[in-house]
Design a binder for this molecule. Structure first.
Ligand code: ZN
Length: 371
């Protein structure tokens, strides 16, 4: 599910569609066209069930998009940057560059989404009364849309993280206690509890012979992992707060040539000298960096035929940081750019190297020590 396509741009925000979105579009259209509309409007010809089903599905996704846009617009109004909105199998997600800095900011950013869905629902509900008299299919589409948007609003208001209601809850606890980590922990626990409830109901449904229970289990599992991830992210950020690059970096490192075989790197350097990170240099010119993590990406039987040059993070992909760069910002950039290491520069000199595992180890240590 890694592929997504850019479909346009609204108020400067890139709109993307993930490949998984097509699955839900087909499922939705199919369930509307094969059971929902035929049960209520048996006189319609089948192609009309499908056409109206497809139209309804697309309008639902337009509603989801408007919901996400409302979050984004409030975020932008509060000075955040919004890169993109991606529609995927479970709705939409807006890529807002940073976590909110203030509880009040988060409160409004989260609340506007359900309010928007609720407003769309009410407008569609009123509209359906006028449309019913004019056109039966249009009336059917719009009243279904009304129902779905109200359900979306209510579901999103549930007070468990990562739902909007969970963010609202977090912002309130954050405001009262002044402790973002604690607030996230509570909202995340409620979210996990709710996710387990969904999984439980889903399993009951499956045992009762209803296959739609799988869907609930899937949604519950997704919400659970998002709730856990949300808390971990905040915890990691709080553990790395005020930690600079100079505290995280490895200062002892050797230079190896890019033409070295991975097997020789392992035998001569990693095993013998117990080192984990190396500058890759050819005749004094920096070519890249290679870490133990890079070695792990190659299967052992390929070590004797793979060169360091093939597994290193090349120089043009390296994002140099300075000695006083912030730890959580470095981890963030390693994660989003999918690289394993950064060089720490002291002027023109490479003063140290930070691998992702160095940061993770540091976090683990702090956690173990109860810091
Ligand atoms: Zn939302």
């Amino acid at each position: 599910m890694k592929y997504s396509w850019r479909v346009g741009r609204i108020v400067g925000i890139e709109i993307r569609i993930d490949s998984s979105w097509f699955v839900i579009l087909i499922l939705f259209t199919w369930s509307l066209a094969s059971s929902y509309f035929p049960e209520r409007f048996p006189d319609w010809p089948p192609f009309q069930h499908w056409l109206i089903g497809l139209m309804t599905s697309l309008l639902i996704f337009a509603s989801v998009l408007i919901h996400e846009l409302s979050h984004s617009i409030v975020a932008i109004a509060q000075g955040e940057k919004v890169k993109s909105i991606t529609l995927f199998i479970l709705g939409g997600v807006a890529q807002i560059s940073e976590e909110p800095k203030q509880p009040v900011q988060e409160f409004f950013m989260a609340l506007v989404g359900p309010l928007t869905s609720f407003a769309i629902g009410v407008v569609a509900f009123v509209l359906s009364f006028f449309l019913k008299g004019m056109s039966e299919p249009l009336g059917a589409v719009v009243s279904y849309l009304a129902m779905i948007n109200i359900i979306l609003a209510v579901f999103n208001l549930l007070p468990g993280f990562p739902m909007d209601g969970g963010r609202v809850l977090r912002s309130i606890i954050w405001k009262v206690t002044g402790d973002l980590r604690k607030a996230t922990q509570i909202a995340s626990r409620v979210g996990q509890g709710f996710a387990f409830f969904l999984i439980f109901v889903g399993i009951l449904q499956i045992l009762g012979g209803s296959l739609s229970g799988f869907w609930l289990v899937f949604v519950g599992w997704f919400l659970h992992s998002a709730a856990v991830r949300g808390y971990q992210q905040v915890m990691v950020e709080s553990l790395l707060k005020g930690v600079s690059a100079s505290e995280l970096m490895t200062k002892d490192f050797h230079a190896v040539p890019s033409t070295l075989l991975v097997q020789d790197l392992v035998d001569a350097y990693i095993l013998r000298q117990k080192e984990r990170v190396f500058l890759v240099q050819d005749e004094g010119v920096l070519k890249g960096i290679v870490c133990l993590e890079d070695v792990k990406t190659v299967p052992r039987e390929k070590w004797a035929e793979t060169f360091v040059a093939e597994i290193m993070t090349p120089r043009d992909k390296l994002e140099a940081v300075s000695l006083d760069s912030d730890g959580s910002a470095i981890l963030n950039s390693l994660t989003t750019k999918e690289i394993h290491q950064v060089p720490v520069m002291d002027g023109d000199r490479v003063a140290g190297i930070i691998c992702r595992t160095d940061i993770l180890r540091f976090i683990q240590l702090r956690k173990d020590l109860g810091a």
